[in-house]
Design a protein. Structure first.
Length: 212
């Protein structure tokens, strides 16, 4: 149910942002059209089935390995997009990392779950009569996972996995060309390394946009 809390947070945030933007008869400031580029980085807090500690990750001759709760890890990405006044579309490449304990009958070791994400995102900017620009968005794409243990890297999926995400944030316009943002994302995907696991990522990030 934690993922539902994240979805509710995005919904309530978007409603509050919209109400504030149009309260008291304010007229939104026009936004320039054109290409923009962005980079972002933050923390990735996992939840869902793979964080429960009750699922088989791998098996070898010594027995079954199980998964402890995954730890908070870094996340970062870059995007290239186009702004249509209040609306934006972008293609994004991002990377998520989480560590977890991998147990078998005789040993334990730390492994890293690496996620490479290819997303197409859409945003609605809500201009206000201030340098602050709240926004909400959503994305769809794919995630490819790999597991690093020592010097060994394995790919549990034979193909990229479907992924979706919701986004809410606020941008501060430093200048007409430069904006800095604080945002929250909730991303869903699956990990096929029997059994099939649902993976939710809560991302809190800072972002830098440059508008050409």
């Amino acid at each position: 149910m934690k993922n539902m809390t994240g979805l509710a947070a995005i919904t309530l945030t978007s409603m509050a942002i919209t109400s504030a933007a149009f309260a008291e008869g304010q007229q939104p400031q026009p936004q320039n059209q054109g290409i923009y580029a962005s980079i972002w980085g933050g923390v990735n807090i996992p939840e869902g089935q793979w964080a429960d500690g009750n699922y088989i990750l791998a098996q070898d001759e010594t027995g079954i390995w199980k998964v402890n709760p995954a730890t908070t890890g870094p996340a970062f990405g870059a995007a290239l997009g186009y702004r249509f006044q209040q609306f934006r579309v972008e293609s994004e490449l991002s990377f998520y990392f989480n560590k977890l304990k991998n147990y078998n009958q005789t040993t334990s070791e730390t492994v890293t779950i690496n996620g490479v994400n290819f997303m197409l995102n859409g945003y609605v900017d809500i201009p206000m009569q201030s340098p602050l620009v709240p926004y909400v968005g959503a994305g769809i794409g794919t995630t490819v996972y790999s597991i690093t243990s020592g010097d060994t890297v394995t790919t549990p999926d034979n193909s990229a996995r479907f992924a979706v995400q919701g986004i809410a944030g606020v941008e501060y316009k430093v200048s007409p060309e430069v904006g800095v943002s604080a945002e929250y994302r909730l991303k869903y995907s699956t990990l096929n390394y029997p059994p099939k696991l649902s993976v939710y990522n809560n991302i809190i990030a800072a972002r830098l946009n440059y508008y050409f």
